[in-house]
Design a protein around this ligand. Sequence first.
Ligand code: 5AD
Length: 487
Amino acid sequence: MRSFALVTFGCQMNQHDSERIEEVLGRAGLSRVDEPALADLVLLNTCSVREKAEQKLRSEVGRLGLLKRQRPELLIGVAGCVAQQEGERLARSMPQIDLVVGPDNIGELPDLLRELDGGGPPRVRTEFDLDAPRFLEAHPTDAPRSAFVTVMKGCNERCTFCIVPHTRGPERYRPAREVIDEIARLVAAGTREVTLLGQTVNSYADPEAALGPAPGAGELPWTATHPSTARADESEFAALLRAISERVPDLLRLRYTSPHPRHLTMSLIRAHQELPVLCRHVHLPVQSGSDRVLRRMLRRYDVAEYSERVARLRASVPGITLSTDIIVGFPGESRADFEQTLALVQRIGFTGTFGFKYSARPHTPAQKLADDVSEGDKSERLAELFALTDRLRRDHLTALVGSTQRVLVEGLSAQGGYTGRTEQNEIVHFGSRAQRVGQIVELTIARAFKNSLEGRESDATLSAPLPERRGARERAPSARARSLPVL
Ligand code: 5AD
């Protein structure tokens, strides 16, 4: 076997896993090709968070099955969350599949492929690494300007809608030493920005217990949170951020995703206040603005608590922007509940919102609740939510016109010119006569698009016009891919 094609669905964690898959297979002597038709092995790295994502896998396997009829030696493999969720069943229900491999078994791919070389039945490997958690080191050939670094995997929350505890297992943390080494290596190779990844990234605790308590740890100024609950919210995440900032001083920007609101503690807020490397943007999934729905979702906070934590963060870090995830049509969600969600979204003023229609998932507690909001109502609520969030976003972007922003340039945009992001996570396109990739540049914001901004070099001698092509600007691939939520 010489070549493989890799198709990735889903969140940033999956994108990151795909990069590790590519490295593992590369070391085993396989080369990546873009076209499945040219590959000896096609691997689909899947997502199962909503039913649609799972359907995508099934239709993709169907299409690849046609290729396999012409080339019976073609191997079809399924990785990621559907692989973990379905295991053997997947191989049984779709006979085109030769290989099923869970997120914790990526390192075993070369062995599994060797076994398959000799023919025989499909191989299925979906074991969690509970006893000896492994985090595959990143070894990119080209250090990306903006890189993801995993700090934890799995999830101990029990949000009733969510399949992730089932597909990714319980929380396991990567030693702080390894995280810092990986970031230092990436930065030495040219990475400018790092986004720490984890399903509840801010519940982090160092398994080697090498981090001391961070300033603010144990401070509980919340009035809406019961003190015993608040104490259980304290993690070592802020200490990890401080250690990264201290040990990798050349890192320009640090982000993380996705945090759980109950671990947005004073120590984390203090870290935001005191660490210049930490970007002034947080993606903080709220899911609903109704206490009744939040309780049924088992989110472990209410609207008052979420709002109080956000208010503290905002008071400590002026200008910080927030984005969020919202589920509409959760079982039992009434029109009044949904209106509370709209009211909360408006009150907080999120600058980015990912909205989803509730989709019942196997192995989740909410599956036992009647999925009783009609498809029509779900679609209507989602459209209403988007109308509001589009307006909030437009107002936010328009208000930035005329301001000066520091933009980390991530690459060339599809239609010429450069693309980068501000600290507050706004995407900015601009033209320049200078080579700008990887630098932080000062731009004056000239125009607001629907989801992004146009900037001009503050130094007029460098400014160049941005090529005009309607519609294309919003599709700059790096900008879109990076704005996916993490599961
Ligand atoms: N149905 C709809 N949306 C879901 N999400 C997670 N599970 C479901 C589900 N069963 C959404 C949540 C989460 C985001 C990544 O996906 O909003 O934050």
